[in-house]
Design a protein around this ligand. Sequence first.
Ligand code: GLA
Length: 385
Amino acid sequence: MTESLSEQKDLVQILFEQQFQRSSAIVCHAPGRVNLIGDHTDYNDGFVLPAAINYGTTIAASQREDNVVRVYAHDCDQQTCEFALSEIVFDEQMMWSNYVRGTLQALMKKHPDIKGANLVVTGNVPQGAGLSSSASFEIAILKAFTDLYQLTLDGVNAALIGQQAENNFVGCNCGIMDQLISAMGQQGHAMLLDCRDLSFEDAPIPDDLTLFIVNSNVKRGLVDSEYNLRREQCEAVASHFGVTALRDVTLAQLNAAKEQIEPVLFQRARHVISENERAVNTLTALKNNDMPTISAAMKASHISLRDDFEVTTKEMDGLVEMIDDVIGDKGGVRMTGGGFGGCVVALVPTELVAQVEHVVNNKYESRYALKPSIYICTARQGAFR
Ligand code: GLA
């Protein structure tokens, strides 16, 4: 599943004709994402620095006269789901369809007049790898309905609707990062997002660096429950300080209150507060192409996610170590996304890419009995930009 975007677009149109015996009215695409730095900060009203990537979800669609939505998902065992917009319920069998159901239920709160649609979906974001296959699916659905029904929906509101689908329908209390970058990413750039006021600033990825992602292929377990637990722990510390979110607590305040806070909660908060600072500093460092600062920030981020937030696995730690041994402070490497398995991200000087690839391919499997998957990425435009 490594088709280019134009191949994906051709594919959905051919599949649409096969499924519905006519051409689609529109074709749209929403990218997945990789987060360079700032993990588990978004739901603390903090800062994140993700980039949209050249893996995503592509949809071909046409309007319908009735209020039925029919979706053929080419990569989900070629299954088809069908439901009425007036009767959206959770589907225990076809779990993937809940992203469509939840997204449209949330969309209709703002745009109650939409009608049904026929859709064909294909995607090449590896699922469950921490590269936001689900956010890219939600944003692609929203872009399809926006185009079909000429809705006045901008990228920020689309992101909020996608997040609502996750929070209220799918059951993951995720933050806003994944949907916002899928909607608003900028080609060749990462983006510092302020998850409190939803403002953002583009950060150029230096030309001589390659966005290098490795999936540890560790099956992610208990992701939602552990994720939701982390969120509750952060909220507990925020309420200890009587503030809305950990964004409002400084490291000095946290350290001063150390004796009154449970050790695990203290660690969780220390990660979030220090990670916010690293994300903001990395924006400046990217603008100045200041690699030693980026490198140090990514390294500290990984350590903090490993030791304080406890969301890495030994395989992810191993990958980070192997890559770091090659790139040193000429590049940066860390786990990315929610954790508990999934991917590591590296900014690798282009002349070292082959060497990093060689080391990962040679060492990872023999050490952990798992095959790594390597994705050499470029930063792409979001669906609503
Ligand atoms: C998942 C969530 C995001 C974010 C990251 C961790 O990807 O969907 O909202 O919290 O984890 O940074």
